[in-house]
Design a protein around this ligand. Structure first.
Ligand code: PLP
Length: 410
């Protein structure tokens, strides 16, 4: 890949490698709008089918040049600047049709059997919670939810339950803007023979690199900041054990069919080109908004990892380059007050996704986390008064002004 010779982070993001001839090589990778590929002579095709060494492009469910390019870029971004045993860290990535296709395929690739355990946090993304409860618990996999800040509790779970196959964390967390210590959790996982997987959607590899802290897998909903323009759904699983990712994780895409379409992968590639620039602006704006709203009489608590009083500020400062574009507001007055804000915002868009260029706001208790049992939600700060903000890259004064008027509306 051309970016490997100019391997700064931005170059990896923006330089495509598109095949062509000496006089007609496209600068931007074209969209491969084809469902299948013409096979080489039969003997060679048979060999490729039998061995599947290189994840060939034979049929789109198996992968396309568009999915392959973003897989290479995302693996290179996650490992950028990292080394292992004196050599550059090599990662493998598999692109899926959505974040949930990536998350569910990662779990299914582990070959979980009845009696296996997964330790995770009570405040992971609502649909991930629903997947664990609706799809894995009924086949006898025990899901242990708790507070992953409490290392004694975590270690006790791994000591007393056998086998724990995975510690699964989401950091920063979607709804509550909390942050977890990846290095400590990975260390505990490895001590007890478990793996550690991180949903790094809110951080992106620009802000945090979980593999630097010992993670075995990283998943992203690439629908969010990685794409950045709110125009395609994709997800990715990235792993340290390349052979496992290339066989077991990739097999889930082939068998379950959750492959990303060429156009969606292409849109992700377009978005990736500006990732560092966008993330800088998201982070700066989120800090401005958080600071401006702190102390507002209609707000009980602003949670932003960049604020020094945030309980996870120190962990975030250690493991992140900056503090991200997502913050949460706990409004005084519960559900009624939260709904009033949603009804009155004029500039901010009410929608459940995040990571777009403009500012988005949503109510986790009734939207993204509606399927999480109330007791579990409330024990993990997802209260009726919580609003989650994905701060965009507009002029921050526009965002602050809009939120103030919505908070103060009768
Ligand atoms: N993980 C996190 C942290 C998310 O916020 C989301 C979606 O909001 C997902 C996973 C699922 O991603 P997708 O909507 O692309 O399936």
């Amino acid at each position: 890949m051309k970016a490997e010779t100019q391997s700064d982070f931005q170059s990896i993001c923006c330089v495509d490698q598109a095949p062509g001839s000496r006089t007609s090589t496209p600068h931007v990778q074209p969209i491969y709008a084809t469902s299948t590929f013409v096979y080489p002579p039969p003997e060679e095709a048979m060999e490729i089918f039998a061995e599947l060494k290189e994840r060939p492009h034979l049929y789109n469910r198996w992968g396309t040049p568009n999915t392959a390019l973003v897989e290479q870029k995302l693996a290179a971004l996650e490992s950028h600047g990292l080394s292992e045993n004196g050599k550059p860290l090599q990662l493998e990535a598999v692109l899926f049709s959505s974040g949930m296709a990536a998350v569910s395929s990662l779990f299914l690739s582990l070959g979980l059997t009845p009696g296996d355990h997964i330790v995770t946090q009570g405040n992971i993304y609502g649909t991930t919670t629903e997947f664990l409860d609706a799809m894995l618990a009924p086949i006898g996999v025990r899901i242990i939810y708790g507070d992953l800040h409490d290392m004694e509790w975590v270690e006790k779970q791994l000591r007393t339950h056998s086998p724990v196959r995975l510690i699964y964390l989401e950091t920063p967390t979607n709804a509550t803007a909390r942050c977890y210590d990846i290095a400590q959790l990975a260390r505990i996982a490895h001590t007890y023979g478990a793996k550690c997987a991180v949903d790094g959607t809110l951080g992106t590899p620009y802000l945090q690199q979980p593999f630097a802290h010992g993670a075995d897998f990283v998943v992203h909903s690439a629908t969010k900041f990685l794409n950045g323009h709110s125009n395609s759904l994709t997800g990715v699983v990235i792993g340290r054990d390349g052979a496992f990712v290339k066989t077991e994780v990739w097999k889930m895409r082939k068998l379950l069919g959750g492959c990303a379409g060429s156009f969606d992968a292409w849109l992700l590639n377009m978005g990736l080109k500006t990732l560092p620039l966008r993330m800088e602006q998201h982070c700066n704006n989120a800090m401005r908004v958080a600071t401006a709203l702190e102390g507002h009489s209609a707000i009980r608590r602003v949670r932003y990892l960049g604020l020094e009083e945030h309980p996870d500020h120190k962990v975030a400062a250690r493991q992140m380059r900056a503090f991200g574009g997502v913050l949460s507001l706990e409004v005084a007055g519960g559900l009624e007050a939260a709904v009033r804000v949603l009804r009155n915002v004029r500039h901010c868009t009410v929608t459940a996704t995040l990571g777009a260029m403009d500012t988005l706001i949503q109510h986790p208790a009734t939207m993204t986390h509606v399927k999480v049992p109330r007791e579990q939600r409330e024990a993990h700060e997802i209260t009726d008064g919580l609003l989650r903000l994905s701060v965009g890259i507009e002029d921050p004064e526009t965002i602050i002004g809009d939120l103030r008027q919505a908070l103060e509306a009768p």
